[in-house]
Design a binder for this molecule. Structure first.
Ligand code: 8YV
Length: 314
């Protein structure tokens, strides 16, 4: 029996693609130079798309595939998939939640520790021979006894919260709604929360409602002893305001895993001593990326077998 056709919109890891090839005839849109020509030459009956969280899937692709039934996206955030177009055309969308919670939480705490204790700078200090020439590094900050405000107490937010508690931090949160049965105090107002916390950790999805939510005003409330960590999407934070406020000492520092225009990171941020900058590595371990890849494949296989999707978002 011939295998059903699948459009590979983003270049996923080899182990994912080879699993896909076991069950599907894979059409590598991601490698085509002329995307439009590739789309019009594709078999009419493509029912499956696999893609990456950063690349997503556009309306143009969705509308070029009249038989499309499911888009399986690698990543928990699916903001790059045109979900509205998918819904209009009865196309289901899946993501890869849960399997990355612990990894992203681990990296978040790593970033907080790196920023507070100036670990990357200290490493450079030793390598550059400054310890010998200039003596000890200046004293740093710590997490113990501080308050962290989590913007987005979802699955990853909760994994971050429990680790923050292990570091003897107080946890509070802001989100669309107060959640029942949570031990952490809720703030309905983000500016108020920013005013009261030492750390603001951003881990909410990118949606029309959250874009720019960490505004100049929020950063101003965080204040000169406050620190920002963004593990979500660059567009939740007003990057221009952040750069200005960091430069003027309006906040103490920022740990950023995500940026407005990846992989471009503004020169000004790169030149600052009070930032720790990561290349979007929140989920980037062998273990977690393998689990995410497996889930991309499992969703597609389930749909192919006429079974319910494992992790649908639309
Ligand atoms: C991935 C992510 O790096 O899951 C997400 O939403 O941002 C990351 O885990 C990304 O989706 C890979 O494409």
């Amino acid at each position: 029996m011939s295998k059903p056709d699948l459009l590979l919109v983003a270049n996923l890891a080899d182990r994912v693609v080879s699993q896909l090839e076991d069950d599907f005839t894979v059409h590598r849109y991601c490698e085509a130079d002329d995307k439009q020509a590739f789309l019009s030459d594709c078999p009419e009956g493509i029912r499956f798309v696999a893609t990456g969280g950063g690349t997503g899937c556009t309306r143009e692709i969705i509308e070029a595939l009249p038989a499309l039934e499911v888009i399986s996206s690698f990543g928990v955030g699916y903001d790059a998939v045109d979900v509205e177009a998918a819904r209009e055309h009865d196309v289901r969308v899946t993501n890869t939640p849960d399997v990355l919670n612990e990894c992203v939480a681990e990296v978040t705490l790593g970033l907080m520790l790196a920023l507070a204790h100036r670990i990357p700078e200290s490493d450079t200090y030793v390598r550059d021979g400054k310890w010998e020439s200039d003596g000890s590094m200046p004293l740093t900050a710590e997490l113990t006894g501080k308050t962290v405000g989590i913007l987005g107490l979802g699955r990853i937010g909760k994994a971050i919260a429990s680790r923050a508690q292990a570091f003897q931090m107080q946890v509070v949160y802001h989100g669309r709604n107060e959640q029942a049965n949570q031990p952490y105090p809720y703030y309905a107002d983000l500016e108020e929360m920013a005013r009261d916390v030492d750390w603001l950790v951003v881990i909410a999805p990118s949606t029309p409602q959250t874009r720019g939510i960490v505004s100049r005003e929020v950063l101003e409330q965080l204040g000169s002893e406050g620190r920002l960590v963004n593990m979500a999407r660059g567009d939740l934070v007003d990057e221009t305001a952040l750069i200005e406020i960091l430069a003027s000492g309006g906040i103490a520092g920022a740990g950023l895993d995500v940026f407005e225009n990846e992989p471009h990171v503004p020169e000004k941020l790169r030149g600052m001593k009070n930032t720790v900058l990561l290349p979007h590595i929140g989920s980037a371990t062998h273990q977690t990326r393998a689990a995410m890849g497996d889930l991309v494949v499992k969703n597609l296989r389930a749909h192919k077998a006429g079974k319910p999707l494992l992790t649908p978002v639309a």
